[in-house]
Write a protein that binds this ligand. Structure first.
Ligand SMILES: [Zn+2]
Length: 556
């Protein structure tokens, strides 16, 4: 439905009653000043943009409720005309030249709705003790659900949130927080700008549920954890380990990008964690997961979210279908630190990636462009494997980190292909065929199946390696030959990237009878044995038990 109001006699958009250039303005938003009330969801947005192409009408994505164009303003004056379409609003006023600033003001109501069973949108979720958690989450392309917002993923802006709320609630959002009164909280996020997907986000929870614990300095950042008693998360956070991680991130990729404070807040969430700049939200159930995918669940997930401060927030995605690189880097960076400090944790992380990837329904960059919500869960395993793990095995971790250094550490938006270019430049590998085979594709990916046959000889034995599926997907991995007794192990390196998919590898005959052959014991590549002990189910690694339960209930 299209609603239109025209204050002037002749023109719906442009010209009459206004001065200066006419036509559609193209602009980029520089600042969002956003007021809303937690309970009523009534909101007011003041959006400031820099004009790139002159004109007198500004169109912005918009999907909130109860907007009346007749009450909207441009530069503090009533708009000459305004229209609303299902996913945009257009306001016209005086003409603006390129380089000028334009400000629009609009009132609306935030819909109390989310994408499927997730918390993308605005939601109220009760924790196990009945505490209500109010959560406003944009995610990629979603900020226009709350007001006029340029929801393109590659845009950076500054933000001021004015939130009115019951006295009992504490509000947390990116930026410097000031409680201007018992019922109003201000979050001021200025330097150096954040992407909308993570920065346009506000959380509120009863104060009693968010007692704070000072975790000291992690690198140059002062960290405070807000955690409800009984979650066991505060106890699972080892400040020395995470201080080491932040220090390593800062020395490798540059200073922590968002000031001097980092808040970590636990709450009943759909996802394990979310990387609001300087304001990480973690699921309150992380410390209680039975058989978690990661060896130290809280430790890994917190480092993943911290890594996003650089990879996702400071450097962001160019397009929705670049989503995979930010998750893969967050995974790979927490894994790389585990490999230095806690090797068993790193081994388990890489094994988890293979499990996540085994039954993926989409390629890391899916050619069919499904809705992000349909495929995002598939990137957490295949992404870090094909973008980083397999390449470090073919070259070295130092070279992969060097490639990441060349793209991180500054505020800009990058695509998956730019990440691959950086990897190609620093590893020296030609990745054109590799990228076409492993990263871009349509339909459900088929990963390589490897059959091995060991034939013992007198002095020299043979390991025959045969790849039966996905023959264009090449990599490097090991095959482990084992005997009946402890210590009877030989590792054989197999490089299909350089040596082809059918090989007869000669090796000195082991001093023991080979009774066990294990494919890829170090989780170096998405190769799988011809016969699996049991089928692997499609995994949603970042969905919590609460999220899974909500999805199952919705599916019934
Ligand atoms: Zn993530």
């Amino acid at each position: 439905m299209r609603r239109l109001f025209v204050l002037s006699a002749l023109a719906a958009c442009g010209g009459d009653g206004a001065e200066g250039p006419v036509g559609a303005i193209s602009a980029h938003v520089t600042h969002y000043d956003y007021r809303f009330d937690i309970e009523s969801r009534a909101a007011h947005a003041t959006v400031t943009a820099r004009v790139d192409t002159e004109g007198d009408c500004l169109t912005l994505p918009f999907r909130a409720n109860d907007f009346d164009p007749a009450t909207a303003k441009i530069d503090g004056k009533k708009a000459v005309s305004g229209t609303i379409e299902p996913t945009t609003m257009t306001l016209c006023g005086d003409g603006h030249a390129a380089g000028e600033t334009i400000t629009i003001d609009a009132d609306m109501t935030i819909p109390l709705e989310t994408v499927a069973t997730s918390q993308v949108g605005y939601s109220i979720t009760n924790d196990a003790e009945g505490n209500p958690f109010y959560y406003l989450v944009s995610w990629v392309g979603g900020c226009d659900k709350f007001g006029p917002c340029d929801s393109r993923p590659d845009q950076f802006a500054t933000y001021t949130f004015h939130v009115t709320h019951p006295e009992t609630l504490m509000v947390s959002c990116p930026g410097t927080i000031t409680e201007t009164s018992a019922i109003e909280t201000l979050c001021d996020f200025d330097l150096p700008g954040g992407p909308t997907y993570s920065t346009f986000g506000v959380a509120a929870y009863p104060r009693a549920a968010w007692p704070s614990a000072d975790k000291g300095m992690w690198g140059s950042v002062h960290v405070t954890v807000y955690d409800r008693p009984g979650t066991h998360i505060t106890a699972a956070i080892d400040p020395a380990y995470h201080a080491g991680f932040v220090g390593w991130m800062e020395s490798t990729f540059g200073p922590y990008p968002f000031g001097t404070e980092l808040r970590v807040l636990t709450a009943p969430t759909y996802w394990s964690g979310f990387e609001h700049p300087g304001n990480i939200v973690l699921d309150d159930g992380l410390a209680k997961v039975v058989q978690p995918a990661y060896l130290h669940n809280v430790q890994h997930i917190l480092d993943h979210e911290i890594a996003h401060m650089w990879a996702g927030d400071q450097t962001t995605i160019a397009d929705t279908y670049d989503f995979v690189w930010k998750e893969s880097m967050a995974e790979y960076l927490s894994f790389s630190f585990e490999a230095m400090m806690d090797p068993p944790a790193a081994n388990k992380t890489a094994a988890a990636w293979k499990n996540f990837a085994a039954a993926a329904a989409y390629f890391p960059v899916p050619g069919e462009h499904p809705a992000l919500f349909a495929y995002y869960g598939d990137v957490y395993g295949a992404g870090p494997m094909v973008l980083f793990r397999q390449l470090e095995v073919l070259t070295s971790r130092a070279k992969v980190i060097e490639a990441l250094q060349s793209v991180l550490g500054r505020a800009h938006a990058i695509s998956v292909d730019e990440v691959i270019e950086a990897l190609q430049a620093k590893t020296g590998l030609d990745l054109s065929a590799y990228s076409a085979a492993w990263i871009h594709g349509s339909g459900k990916p088929v990963w390589p199946t490897i059959n091995t046959t060991f034939t013992a000889g007198a002095g020299t034995s043979t390991l025959a390696v045969h790849q039966t599926l996905a023959q264009d997907r090449r990599c490097k991995f090991h095959v482990l030959l084992g005997g009946a007794n402890p210590g009877e192990v030989v590792q054989v390196e197999v490089d299909t990237f350089r040596n082809g998919i059918d090989q007869e590898i000669q090796l000195p005959t082991p001093a023991f009878a080979v009774t066990v052959t294990q494919l890829d014991p170090f989780s170096e590549c998405l190769v799988f044995p011809g016969t699996l002990a049991r089928p692997i189910e499609r995994a949603h690694p970042w969905r919590t038990a609460r999220g899974a339960a909500a999805d199952h209930a919705a599916a019934r």
